[in-house]
Write a protein that binds this ligand. Structure first.
Ligand code: SF4
Length: 172
């Protein structure tokens, strides 16, 4: 049987290539994180918390909550290249929900656009009033939906659901 002999210089070259590829992957990861805004501030939550207010009939799940000057600031990541009004309303919902949960009113949030920029959305009284007006408009429809729609989700799905604490139909 012939022995498989690999020359030592070849093994050394392979190790260097692996190191270079690893280094490039780290750099590329950093670049993606930077593009997504992840290098700014300490992450308090990364798409893991559904915020809910029974009082206002609002719920939302920010892509990220970041600490900025000791305050919780929501971020929403979009593939779009510009900030649409609906994004502002979405962020306005998070700003209200964070205030409901923490009694801290964040001064602003960010929409992180697909090509990188973090656009600041100020937490103005106008934005707050607009979000609450939209919630007022859809609340009757939501009540009606809650009365009509009966769901029977698998227990395993309910166990991993972010709103199970507020859901009367949860199982498991
Ligand atoms: S907990 Fe409620 S909302 Fe969540 S999956 Fe189950 S039935 Fe649906």
């Amino acid at each position: 049987m012939r022995e498989l002999l690999i020359p030592l210089p070849w093994i050394g070259g392979m190790a260097v290539a692996v190191l270079v590829i690893g280094f490039l992957l780290i750099l590329s990861g950093r670049s993606i994180r930077r593009r997504r805004g992840l290098t700014k501030g300490r992450t308090l939550d990364l798409d893991g918390q559904t915020l809910f207010s029974a009082r206002l009939g609002l719920a939302g799940r920010p892509d990220r909550i970041v600490e900025e000057d000791g305050l919780p600031i929501p971020e929403e990541w979009k593939s779009s290249r510009r900030v649409h009004d609906s994004y502002r309303a979405q962020l306005g919902t998070y700003l209200i929900l964070i205030e409901e949960e923490t009694s801290i009113r964040p001064p602003h949030g960010y929409v992180v656009l697909g090509d990188g920029p973090r656009e600041k959305v100020k937490n103005t009284d106008e934005l707050r009033a607009r979000v609450l007006a939209i919630a007022d408009q859809i609340r009757p429809a939501k009540r009606q939906m809650a009365e009509i729609i009966q769901v029977r989700q698998p227990a395993a799905k309910c166990r991993g659901c972010g709103v199970r604490g507020a859901c009367s139909q949860r199982r498991g």
